[in-house]
Structures are given as C-alpha cells and as structure tokens.
Ligand binder design. Structure first.
Ligand code: FAD
Length: 471
C-alpha cells in the first residue's frame, strides 16, 4: 500500500543526510529535508550560518555585507518565509525604489522604466532608440555555439544599449562583464525570448499575455524584500529550526562511498569525527569545490568558474552631508564612464530603520571583473577611491560617521562562456554517484531566490528518490 508509506515510516530506516555548507542553499535544503524526517547534519567550515548573507548591526546602523534584498520570484519563497514564522519581520521598500539611476557624463540619469521614457531618455543615443524599433525584425541566431551576453546585445540592440543598460546592470548583479558571460546561462530568460519568439520585444509582449508558469512570479512584478533586522534573519531563523544540527568549524578530510552509504571524515573543533549517511549535499562555494576530497572523483573542473573579488563599503552620513536626494534604489556606473566604483545602493531610502535619525546609509561596491584591483586595495585606499566618486556624483564632501568594510576575495560565480559544459559535468557527477548532490549559487542562478529554489528542488529530488526506493 504505497500511500501509507510516509516519511514517518521512512525514518524507521533513519535516512540521513550530510549537508556541507550553511549558506542559504545548505540551510534551505536542510530545513526541507528535516521536515520530511531525514536526519540532518550540516557541516560548516566557518563559525556562523548564512555564508554571503550576513547583516552587521552596530549601534543603530544595519549594514549588509553580501546580499541587500531578495526578490520574491516564486510562491515557494513566500511559503518558506511563512513556514518560518517571520512574515511579520519582512519589510518592503517604498515606491521610491522603482527609481534607478545610471551615470552618464558624471550625472545621475533615471533608468527608463517604460517604452515612452526610453524614447525621451538622455541616457541612450538616437541610434539606440532606432535599434529598439528594428529589433523585432532581426532574425534569430541559430548557431549552437555559446554566445557572450555582449555579442547577443550588440547583435540585437547595439553598442550604446550594451554600454548604458546591460554593462551597468551586469556590474550590479554579477559584478561581472557582459563580454565574458554566456547569455544562455547568465540571463536564461532573455536568451529564451529570442529562442521562443525570435525577438526580445515581441517576446516581452507575448509573454506578458501568457499565463505564468505555476507558482512563478515574473521578475518585473516580483516584490523585493528584506527583514527589519537585516537579511541575516533568514539564515538565523532556519538555523534555529534545525536545533543544533549545524556543526561549525568543520573541515572535511575525506568522503568515500562504502556500499550504499557515504562515509565522511572531518575535523570538528580540532577533533577527528566520522559520519555515515545515505545522502551528501555539497552546498559550499564553487571556488572551494575542487578541494573537496571525494575519493576517486576529480572536481578540478570547478576551477573554471571564475569568482572576481568585490569590496563592499557601507558608509553612513548625516543627511546634511549629502547633496543628492537619494530618491531611488541606487546608481550603477557603466564601464565607459571610467570611475572607481561599480555603483551604490541608497540603503536608507530602500529600507526603513537602517540608520540613526537624520542619517543616510549607502552601500558601495568596488572591483568585480571590471576592476579586480579596486577590490584588493587596502581599506584606506578603497575609501579614498570611493569618496572621490561620491563627491563627484552625490556631492558628499566630508567623512562618513559610520564605515563598515567587507572584502570578498571570491565573490560571485560567473556563468561564463563554457558554463554549459560545467552544468553537464554536475549532472554527470550526480548520476555517477548516487546519493551525491550539488546545490548553490553555481547551479541555476546566483540570486538568493534562485539558490533557495534550487535547494528546494534538490530536496524534492532526494525525497522522491528515497520514497521510490522503499516503495
Ligand atoms: C557582495 C554580494 C552582494 C550580493 N547581492 C545580492 C543581492 O542583493 N540579492 C541577491 O539575490 N543575491 C545577491 N548576492 C548573491 C547571493 O548572496 C549568493 O549567491 C547566495 O547568498 C549564495 O548562497 P550559497 O548558500 O549558495 O553560498 P554561500 O552563501 O557562499 O555559502 C556557502 C557556505 O559554505 C561554507 N563552505 C564552503 N566550502 C565548505 C567546505 N568545504 N566545508 C564546509 N563548509 C564550506 C562557507 O563557509 C559558507 O558558509 C550577492 C553576493 C555577494 C557576494
């Protein structure tokens, strides 16, 4: 009677899972599998949960060191927040957040958000505007070679659109460069429009009329959110629900399949430990993966995933120190403008409660694929480079009263040309090693929402594999 075989009965066989890494991917997978009564252990190399997601709280300042907001791109994200009982903690930005600025000639120009504002915007050349009218008539590229995002945009919309829309957008999302990213994997939805509708414009219009895929919330209507005490609320709440199942300061020494079970040797706070489990999920970073000691398994392919360095500077000022109104989400800087920073978020305009009264908070990003050396400078030098740009752009000419620096030597995985082969390798590895799974921002998208969705999908596959084995 298969219907009667639920997870409670499965637990008699004690299905166990070891999850490596307690970033949002590892925690989400752990939480989902714990709900299905798997015995969960999370091994984390560091001393706290959340990985890239952490909020520094000092006096009345709340500064994010990694992600600043999450997009509600699927009903499953809402469900997770609801189940974790933190809906009351969620905060959404005000209307102002729909204003986004792009720099041209050292001035902040609003990014056009509608066709009419695109045609009247000073950000784009006349040629760029004519290119948009021509775009529906450009035929689809049928070459099966992976194309760079830059070539794709140049082919359909021209160089000026690449320079002033796509280049700054990619610096803001990937800290990357469209010349080296693969359009198919870095922006699959954009790529899909050409594949399915032969045109980005026609595709946008037609897609808006089609019913949404079950549970999916289109990006243009997905709400952005954070939490009253910063994004760290999410990983910390999941960790609490996992009740001591995260073992910090854990260094994996060997992973080996013995019969049906995996055997993991690791050092925990200096002591040798060994665990057996039916399932292992690697939810660590892609840049650490090649060092994972799985017997007879070569993981050096992961070294091909480039992670440029990024520095994050949270800077707090008295409102009177800043000439600009900061009436928007933030500003992005095209590479052709040749400035020091990649862009800045106007955090105190985005979310309330991040600063003492009458103060503002900016989060500035430096480095990325564009200027890795900028992220690797000393803290002092980074501040000098940043202050120069903030003076030009926002009229800030005095020192901040709050400063918090975070340097990521390896920040965000780049879905570069050749990423298709990397994706296939992960599939092959999972197929060749039953019970071994990979989840994280190197699989199906780098955003927090994409990583949560992939972790949920991985947990679903594991649940169904174990259910079908017993049935
Ligand atoms: C500066 C910055 C800004 C960002 N801004 C945004 C944003 O605004 N919105 C958004 O949606 N996304 C943003 N992102 C991307 C997003 O934050 C990440 O892609 C996502 O949080 C990654 O989660 P993860 O669990 O896959 O990996 P991580 O958060 O990197 O977690 C991996 C964890 O695994 C541990 N680990 C690694 N290797 C091992 C090992 N061998 N053994 C044990 N533990 C190990 C690490 O210590 C870490 O705790 C940003 C990222 C950065 C760096």
């Amino acid at each position: 009677m298969p219907e009667r075989i639920g997870y409670r009965e499965l637990s008699v066989k004690h299905p166990s899972v070891i999850i490596i890494g307690s970033g949002i991917s590892g925690l989400t997978a752990a939480y989902e599998l714990q709900k299905a009564e798997f015995q969960v252990t999370v091994l984390e190399a560091g001393t706290r949960v959340g990985g890239a997601m952490y909020s520094q709280v000092e006096d009345e300042w709340i500064a994010e060191i990694g992600p600043n907001s999450i997009l509600e791109t699927h009903e499953k994200i809402k469900t997770l927040i609801h189940e974790l009982e933190i809906t009351e903690e969620v905060i959404y930005p005000g209307n102002m957040s729909s204003n986004r600025f792009v720099i041209k000639n050292h001035k902040l120009l609003p990014l056009p958000m509608s066709p009419i504002s695109f045609f009247t915007s000073g950000l784009f050349s006349l040629n760029s505007k004519l290119n948009l009218l021509r775009e529906p008539f450009i035929s689809k590229w049928d070459n099966h070679k992976e194309e760079s995002l830059a070539d794709f945009v140049r082919r359909r919309l021209g160089q000026n659109f690449l320079d002033y829309a796509v280049n700054p957008f990619i610096a803001g999302v990937y800290a990357g460069n469209p010349e080296s990213l693969s359009v198919k994997y870095a922006l699959p939805k954009l790529y899909g429009l050409e594949q399915k509708y032969s045109s980005l414009i026609k595709g946008q219009i037609k897609k808006a009329r089609e019913p949404a895929v079950h549970g999916e919330i289109p990006r243009n209507s997905a709400k952005m959110f954070s939490f009253k005490n910063g994004l760290k609320t999410l990983p910390e709440t999941i960790a609490n629900k996992l009740q001591q199942k995260v073992q910090f300061d854990s260094q994996i020494k060997s992973i080996e399949k013995k019969g049906e079970e995996w055997s993991v040797r690791y050092k925990h706070k200096g002591d040798d430990q060994i665990l057996q489990s039916s399932v292992i999920i690697y939810a660590g970073t892609a840049h650490q993966l090649s060092k994972l000691p799985i017997k007879n398994t070569n993981l050096t392919f992961a070294e091909d995933i480039i992670h440029p360095p990024v520095a994050v500077l949270s800077l707090g000022y008295h409102r009177n120190q800043v000439k600009h109104h900061l009436n928007g989400f933030g500003m992005l800087i095209p590479e052709v403008e040749k400035m020091n920073i990649l862009g800045a978020l106007f955090m105190s305009s985005l979310f309330k409660g991040r600063t003492p009264q009458d103060h503002v908070l900016l989060t500035v990003f430096l480095g990325g694929t564009r200027q890795p050396h900028m992220a690797l400078q000393s803290e002092e030098q980074r501040l000098i480079s940043t202050e120069k740009d903030l003076s030009t752009l926002l009229g800030i000419n005095s020192a901040p009263s709050f400063i918090f620096h975070r340097q990521w030597e390896k920040a965000i995985p780049q879905y570069g040309i050749g990423f298709g082969e990397i994706k296939s390798t992960f599939h092959r590895l999972e197929k060749a090693n039953p019970g071994l799974y990979f989840t994280g921002n190197y699989r199906e998208g780098i955003s927090v929402s994409d990583t949560i969705l992939h972790a949920l999908k991985t947990a679903e596959i594991i649940k169904s594999n174990y259910k079908s084995k017993l049935i």
